[in-house]
Design a protein around this ligand. Sequence first.
Ligand SMILES: Cc1ncc(COP(=O)(O)O)c(C=O)c1O
Length: 403
Amino acid sequence: LEGEHQVTTEEKMAQLFSARARELHAPVYGAAGQERHDSISLAFGLADPALFPREELLAATAAVLADDASAALNYGMSYRGFDEQIAERLRREGVDADADNVLVTHGSGQVLSLLPDVFVDPGDTVIVEGPTFMGAVKKFALAGANLVAIPIDRDGMDIDSLEEQLRDMAAQGRRPKFIYVIPTFQNPTGTVLSLERRKKLVALAAEYEVPVIEDDAYIDLRFRGERLPSLLSLDTAGWVMRLGTYSKILAPGLRIGYAYGRPEFKQRLEMFKSEGTTGPYITRVVAKFAENGRLDRHIDALNDLYRHKADVMAQAIEQHFPREATFLRPDGGFFLWVQLPQGVSAKRLLERAREHGAEFLPGGNCYAGGRAGDDAIRLAFSEQSAEQIQLGIERIGRAFADM
Ligand SMILES: Cc1ncc(COP(=O)(O)O)c(C=O)c1O
């Protein structure tokens, strides 16, 4: 008993958690228990299972087990041929890539988890975008990073504002530990950092000697317009580390991603990667699948599907949302970001939308600190079918009408 209160086992357990673990809360998106069984979620960037290449992955798995089972099934390194495929993909982007500098990981999410171990002591500054991918940024915050969010407009991160921040810090003799940026089809806004800003960002990184973590999860998912050079390809001074993933271009369940950058970055990340190397088995399967242009053809098919679904979503929004709700028509990626009409709260809209059987991510979930962003929502067109997207948007339209 603590006073009148009977201490539960859960509470006793919780007392043992580290301060960091106690800070973690399971994400709660509005009141529980309102979900309808036929609810349509446009909240998360899941892949569309319709295009999982089951047969080809099955064939690749069989081939690996027939030809290379001893290496694939034992402890060992990631498959060298897979590192080489990644390096080859980077060379196609104009990077003078060396397979030795590829670090294969359990999704790019693993690199994001390891970054604070390598770079962050409590009180260090990390620069992020606002809004951003909180899955990553939460980990930086838990390590005690002081997060500075640079605003985003339709051309991505506001580089002038970044420069001001770097200049102010330098004047105080301080340097951020890194700049975390999602330059292509940003999560959550879908924006693309313009070429001019890319060049300036890379130049600022070199001038102020600050690493840039380029998280390019969506770079290959361009279904319209011209591809822009990656930050890594523009970087001649070696300050950019690029994160990539096979989650968006093949299947998230593979849990395969990578980091590419200076050998020092790779070595430090490896030191904290305590489970050792990633996937001797799965890297062989993915490499086998990707042979002979198969991965590129698969990406083309994904882009055809995602273009269609993004267009269906945009049309449905124009039809069902109030005219004062504004958005940019995406040219790629998984997400569409809607700026709500003045006075409409994303959280309250979500409560209503749930009653009508639809879900989205309220903008506040995409900002460090969660104070900003209640004036916007993120909608994912990646997972649901075109028909479900249409129905989901119609239901959110009804929630708007209620308000
Ligand atoms: C910007 C961004 N980076 C990284 C990830 C994590 O991807 P992975 O499956 O490779 O861990 C995601 C997934 O949603 C993402 O949106």
